[in-house]
Design a protein around this ligand. Sequence first.
Ligand SMILES: Nc1ncnc2c1ncn2[C@@H]1O[C@H](COP(=O)(O)OP(=O)(O)OP(=O)(O)O)[C@@H](O)[C@H]1O
Length: 811
Amino acid sequence: MKEDATGSGGGGRVVGVGDRSSFVIGLIENRAKEVGVAAFDLRSASLHLSQYIETSCSYHNTKTLLHFYDPMVVIVPPNKTAADGMVGVSELVDKNYPANKKVTVARGCFDDTKGAVMVKNLSARDPSALGLDTYCKQYYLCLAAASATIKWIESEKGVIITSHSLSVTFNGSFDHMNIDSTSVQTLEIIDPLHTELWGTSNKKKSLFQMLKTTKTTGGCRLLRANLLQPLKDIQTINTRLDCLDELMSNEELFFGLTQGLRKFPKESDKVLCHFCFKPKKITDEIPKPANGRKSQLLISDIIVLKTALDAIPFLSKVLKGAKSFLLQNIYQTVCENPKYARMRKRIGDVIDEDAVHSRAPFAACTQQCFAIKAGIDGLLDVARRSFCDTSEAIHNLATKYREECQLPNLKIPYNNRLGFYFIIPQKDITGKLPSKFIQVVRHGKNVHCSSFELASLNARNKSAAAECFLRTELCLEGLISEIREDIGILTLLAEVLCLLDMIVNSFANTISTKPVDRYTRPEFTDDGPMAINAGRHPILEGLHTDFVPNNIFLSEASNMVLVMGPNMSGKSTYLQQICLIVILAQVGCYVPAQFASLRVVDRIFTRIGTGDNVENNSSTFMTEMKETAFIMQNVSSKSLVVVDELGRATSSSDGLAIAWSCCEHLLSLKAYTVFATHMEGLSELATMYPNVKTLHFEVNLRNNRLDFKFQLKDGLRRVPHYGLLLARVAGLPASVVDTATNITSRITEQEMVRMDANCEQYRPLQMAYQAAQRLICLKYSNQGDEYIREALQDLKESYAAGKLTRKKEMR
Ligand SMILES: Nc1ncnc2c1ncn2[C@@H]1O[C@H](COP(=O)(O)OP(=O)(O)OP(=O)(O)O)[C@@H](O)[C@H]1O
């Protein structure tokens, strides 16, 4: 759950300031098309393990995971053991990543037995809670990848990972909803697709950008990870939603939490996780004089930790009366945990209360020398005295020169390279500068110089400071070792801060900025219907003041909706809207709808793309077919499939045939499918299959122009032949248009006759499905017994009489 933190015990940072990504990924595969992935996040000190069967030759799943983690390094074994017909992960990385990202390590480093031992030893949680005992054999590939990854990190970064400090999860394909990388793009989850078609071009944001009001890097990364891999576990989702309920109904708590979170330094999560990485002691290294860099890093880490620990009592005050499980749990495990106060006291015993982080070089140096309390280390106290004496002597020397040489404006600044030096304004120098001044250099209107006396004092001052740094380092290392004994509470705090940042500063904040009741809490069922009333597109509704809400209803008895409508009538928006609502709901946020009851979705598949894929040298049609094949191979009974205009890139008969057979295939599954199409012929499906429903976007004709209503209506499209109409407007000769009208009328007539026949033939089946649908609705409705009894009676009578009426039972 943690998303961000820089690792290091204060020595070499494991994540540099400029590093965009903090993931190191180990990848390995076997001949049975199985891939093991170990993704190590250096910032948050967490390890995510996944193992899955790669179903597509193009490594779709692996690419999705790589896209999700966006690693800075990918570790692969040298020789390929790829399954027949597959290129192998090593080549995959070569193809998709710049050469500098790939590291090849000996196959022997991919040792699953060692991996299992390492994971057990490093995991912050009890190994049995991870299920490692049972998983070991089954998930040997990801454990092998973990072994290579951890080894590489430890040797490359010169650190040792502290025992019981890592947050380890078996995830990827297991606990989270899977959204492939193409769908991430087309649904505009992370980045918007800047297309003129939207009419609002660059103003359109992605879902991530809309929600990115988090205040910490960790919170932001957690949000991104959640949007890319939403939750699947109803209990966890509901825990977050309960927390949101409480925040939305208790303003004081919401405000208090916002304030409380601000008291934690922005980089808390990053620093808290530093402590997981212990720098390796290199015994045969020639000791270098301490330049203060290491102790400076250690001190700033400790100061951030101190400030974070100081913020806990306020958080505790805010959370004291909280009712929701999540907040109560945070209160109990963090706020009431005496270990934090003990850690704070231990820091207070060693570190001076006034120690702060300073930028000015000499102030920073002095702060560092005096960060440790007096009396802790005798040698440090001696070194400090020497540092103070030499500093004082330097300032006395400057006063002496001012008087002796009549240089009243002589200044004595400090920089890290030179130490102290003199600055004398040029105008104060009459004649020649006295010979005691050496290393004279002109700098604009001033002269920079030194003297033998100053140089000698400088050397003594520097060596005293170096001794202070060294002793400080030793004291801090002792303190940090003690802190590491309780590393678990720091990783927990980092995790909690990221989660609170996401829920409070992103979710609750976004909902609270909308008019009251615009967002509602979604309900979840394991295998119930997907019912959204008055759903809106979370991003577009902010750009269109008159955005038109629409409903969707899918159930086992009606698992496919065909959406018809001319261009620009709102089909793509509707498809995207459904997916974004599902994603929002499954990250534990409210959704832009009047009411939403959802079946937990395990994968979202989209086939929305338009143009050719120049990169892969594929035509529009091939891209379309490859994406469709991927859906067909991977779809499960809990998936949500949205398809926009399949089969329009080939001849109309082939296109219709493909679209028809794909629909039939999807219809036979339990997946929920929304299929947007221009092909009127497809609506015939609804007359043959009782689990297909046809909807259309309402469009009116006014003065030979289409007036889009964006309102979804039941049944087949009711637009007159707008193509012919536009042709007439475009100036096609009247006789040509008349003939075309004649032809369409005849085709439509034949279609109508066929559809009527179908309706008659499949009527009993349709009726049975209607009844099943009503029963499903009643099963998941919140109504009382009396209502249900009446509804059942009504259903029985309608069925017997051969007429079933629709009723809204979902509320
Ligand atoms: N419910 C709505 N309320 C208001 N405006 C909408 C709604 N849905 C879509 N729009 C606007 O209508 C325009 C066209 O929408 P969209 O691209 O979804 O249509 P489409 O039917 O998919 O078109 P095409 O078939 O050409 O892809 C967009 O600019 C969008 O902002």
